[in-house]
Ligand binder design. Structure first.
Ligand SMILES: *Cc1c(COP(=O)(O)O)cnc(C)c1O
Length: 388
């Protein structure tokens, strides 16, 4: 079987829907006005800006006025965290979890550097945060709890509704990074009961470099970027119009398509996991068996170096991602898998496969075949595996 280009890294980024690219092209060529300009070109652009805001809002059940466009999920996380710290009124304590994206964890650590108190909640073996742990950590001076909806590495889903209730009972705000969950599982701000929510266009088949912060009506946080006062003063700078229009289109298409597409992703993901676990000895699925995103499979292979297997898959035309990031020449294991308490052998051999629009059963079967061959080949060359 030969299949060219199997893209199984949708948690890193997604291909842009053709309709999204067309909407961006049309905007660039024909609606180039600055939405702040008063003349007809500006008013024309402004209509596109506000239409996109409505589309992006609708995807999470928000009102358009509650959506603030940013340069991506990272900036939205930063604005939520630093913006609420600055209006905390003397409260000094912030809570997050051990498995957050670096946009959240590093922002919280920066606050700690600046003199705030930081609590990093543990997770269970599946990467899930427990409400009791949050309740025990909350203090009268906790101003913010920021916990992700679904994890980008293992796909585990946190009980956001319950966590937000606990935070509110203690008088703290609740921010959720929903970059991975929007368009994959139901995300509705009223249902979740959160004060702020982050999402990003390029994880839902939109363009890179644009995201949004949902901030519930009536909540006021301080700004981080000063200038022309765009986005109701919260985030100055001439709007990234092609990006925003692409985000709007991607949000509208995602709202129509996600349920069917995720049902198919779940079927194919389950097939990938089942074939892998039955055909490849000493392999395992990391993360929660059921409480996980429908398109994510994080798999480990004993006696295998994840990066080596990744390279073999790359050569065979399969794109996925490693659980450990090679930084400055040393292999540093994933903070997520480490927080889950994974044994070393599973930690260093983890690969993340994330499915999305366009992935076929043929591609999944091909991927398993490559995995089977390459794992066997690498183990053949391993004196440790031979001696086991
Ligand atoms: C991708 C991602 C981000 C960052 O979003 P960008 O738009 O790439 O800045 C933040 N949080 C999570 C969970 C992500 O997966």
């Amino acid at each position: 079987m030969s299949v060219d280009k199997v893209y199984l890294d949708h948690a890193a980024t997604t291909p842009v829907f053709p309709e999204v690219a067309e909407a961006m092209y049309d905007l660039l060529l024909h609606h180039y006005g600055n939405p702040s300009s008063l003349h007809f070109c500006g008013r024309d652009a402004k209509r596109y800006l506000e239409e996109a805001r409505g589309q992006v809002a609708a995807l999470i059940g928000a009102e358009a006025e509650e959506i603030f466009f940013t340069s991506g999920g990272t900036e939205a996380d930063n604005i939520a965290i630093f913006g609420s710290a600055a209006v905390a009124g003397g409260k000094k304590h912030v809570i997050t979890s051990a498995v957050e994206h670096h946009a959240v964890i590093d922002s919280c650590k920066e606050l700690a550097e600046e003199g705030y108190d930081l609590t990093i909640l543990p997770v269970d073996e599946y990467g899930v945060v427990h409400v009791e742990d949050l309740q025990a950590a909350l203090r009268p001076d906790t101003f913010l709890v920021t916990i992700m909806h679904a994890n980008n590495e293992v796909g585990s889903i946190n009980p956001i509704k319950e966590l937000a209730v606990a935070a509110h009972q203690a008088g703290a705000l609740f921010h959720v990074d929903a970059v991975q969950s929007v368009g994959k599982i139901p995300v509705d701000v009223a249902e979740l009961g959160v004060d702020m929510l982050t999402y990003s266009a390029h994880k839902i088949n939109g363009p890179k470099g644009v995201g949004a912060l949902y901030k519930r009506r009536g909540l006021s946080i301080s700004r981080r970027v000063f200038g022309g006062g765009q986005e109701k003063q919260l985030r100055s700078g001439t709007e990234n119009m092609p990006g925003i229009v692409g985000f709007g289109k991607a949000a509208a298409l995602t709202a129509l398509r996600w349920q069917d597409e995720m049902a198919e992703c779940r079927r194919l993901r389950d097939l990938l996991v089942e074939l892998t676990l039955t055909r490849i000895p000493d392999s395992r699925l990391n993360g929660h068996p059921s409480q996980r995103l429908p398109h994510n499979a994080n798999l480990s292979f004993d006696y295998i170096e994840g990066e080596a297997l990744l390279l073999y898959l790359d050569i065979a035309g399969v794109a996925c991602s490693a659980g450990s990031a090679c930084s400055s020449g040393s292999l540093s294991p994933s903070h997520v898998l480490t927080a889950m308490g994974l044994e070393d052998r599973w930690l260093h051999s983890a690969l993340r496969f994330s499915l999305g629009y366009g992935v076929t059963e043929e591609q999944i079967r091909y991927t398993v075949q490559v995995l089977q061959d390459k794992v066997a080949q690498l183990r053949q060359a391993s004196p440790f595996y031979q001696a086991k």
